[in-house]
Structures are given as C-alpha cells and as structure tokens.
Design a protein around this ligand. Sequence first.
Ligand code: ZN
Length: 213
Amino acid sequence: MLSADFGHLDRDTRMIHESAAEWIHIDVMDGVFVPNISFGFPVMKPIRRASDKFLDVHLMIVEPEKYLKRFAEAGADLITFHYEATDDPRGAIRIIKECGKKAGISIKPATPVSVLEPLLEELDLVLIMSVEPGFGGQSFIPASRDKVRQLRRMIDEHALPVMIEIDGGVSAANAGDLFADGCDALVAGSAVFGAPDPQAEIVRMLEAKPSDR
Ligand code: ZN
C-alpha cells in the first residue's frame, strides 16, 4: 500500500480488495530505521475496515517490540520486523505469537541470510528486502535472488514450513524467476499502482506462480 494514493485510500484499498492479490502489504516507516516516514495506526485502521484480506504488516522501525501489540490490535495478521532493528529478535517473535499473530523477520540487502538460521524454527516467514528499505520505486538488486535460493535450501534442509517473501523492485517481469528461486509471496507496490491496469498486473504476477506453491 506504500504506492497507493493516500488521498484516495478507500478507493485504492477497495481496488486491491477486489483484485486477485492474496495479501495486503503495509510498510510502516519511522524515519529512524529508514530515512523516510510512511504511516502508522490511523492509516492502518481504514485499510483493515475496507478489506478482510490477510494483512501483512512490514515494520521498518527501531525497537519494534514497543509497538507489536498495537499493530496486532490494529488488525495485522502477520507482523514482520527487521532483524537489524532489535537486540532481541527472539523476544519480539514471542510477543507477536502471544498476540496470536504470525511472525516474520526481514533482512536488509547487506544482511546475510545465515543470521536467521537459529531463528527459523520460530518463524512463519522471512522477508528478503531486494532494495534498500525506505522508498518505493527502486530497482531490484540482482544478488537478492542468491539470498532467496540460499534461504530456500536452509528451510528445506530443516524441513520447516517457513514462507519466503520478497519486497522491492518486484513486477510481472521477474515474478516467474522469483517463484522459481523459492519465493512464496511477492510484494509489489509501484509495479501494481503504476500499471495502466493494476488488477491485470496482479493477475500476470500470480500466473507466474507454479501450481505446487
Ligand atoms: Zn514492505
């Protein structure tokens, strides 16, 4: 939703609600963890009201543990925080689980996937950032595909049900490659909202998904 028109948030949420998209991805930025500010609870609530789709909340904020409960109360189904934003990722996962929500961790482009290996068992999802977090509209960092493949191997070796999501520079042009690398969920902002027909762009991305995922 970062690429939506916030002056027409109801309209844009309805468009996504009526589309083939399975989840609604919400980017929360605090101006500290990333050099940009997006929105917080007051904007999340109307999105929650306008759609009962799975709400995928991506926190790009420092000290996420302070706010996890409020995001759960605001209607998040999955809360993803950044590995780099906390000293106690295990504690943050525990809070999310206590709220009855699914827990995800995201890593920035410079953070190796190996740091997540000890945490995988407790996670529902890992979000690989394929651009520097903070702004929409950036180009995909090609090395992100290696990270996805490495993470896929790690998850499969441990036979864990952890999903892989990728965020940044994703469109119908690279969706097939990303699903083939092992992604389960693709986040697209500008590729969807900037498309002449956003709903058709979503369908094109989903058509690249293999039937066994
Ligand atoms: Zn995101």
